[in-house]
Design a protein around this ligand. Sequence first.
Ligand SMILES: O=C(O)C(=O)C[C@]1(C(=O)O)C=C[C@@H](O)C=C1
Length: 217
Amino acid sequence: MSSSSKSLKIGIVGFGTFGQFLANTMIKQGHTLTATSRTDYSQLCDQMGIHFFRDITAFLDADMDVILLCTSISSLSEVVGSMPLACLKRPTLFVDVLSVKEHPKNLLLKVLPEESDILCTHPMFGPVSGKNGWQNLTFMFDKVRIKDEVTCSKFLQIFASEGCKMVEMSCEEHDKAAAKSQFITHTIGRTLAEMDIKSTPIDTKGFQTLVELVNSF
Ligand SMILES: O=C(O)C(=O)C[C@]1(C(=O)O)C=C[C@@H](O)C=C1
């Protein structure tokens, strides 16, 4: 990577809905993307101009600036545990985007090589709230272990340049706050979805707010 260029080589691990969502903006910004996933996304990646690797060793061989972990919370440890990290050619920045933060922080500190940098993040938005751009949406990050500040700040710039509200906070603080906010939002949202609530001709403002909440899941 040339330090004067803003463009990063980013490898995405886990190319589900959230990985694809982030990839679209990264491509728009001119970054070079590769991806790997348990599901075969080679056709979709072809359409998006992303090199898809079925084989994780070949993926790690591709020599990236950033490895972006977009797996589910429950599979992170198995996925990272199965990566042949000795294949990494140089110190690499690992970034996760899981909606809990102490778990990936502790796991990555435990299993990644000492020379790898770690940035734990949580975009507080997704394909629904971010469908018309990321302006004013919150991006939480914790520089857990950063030696290469240049690469880290280029990565953060992806979100800052889209107009995100950048919030630096420890993983521990994040989990305390999210346990209050995200838990209640998902619980109520999913309960209302089960109840199949729909707009009526006589909606109150309060009821419309509930219908909007359900539609955001
Ligand atoms: O806005 C969306 O589309 C979302 O799905 C947002 C949502 C959520 O599940 O609430 C998705 C993932 C992020 O971890 C945070 C928020």
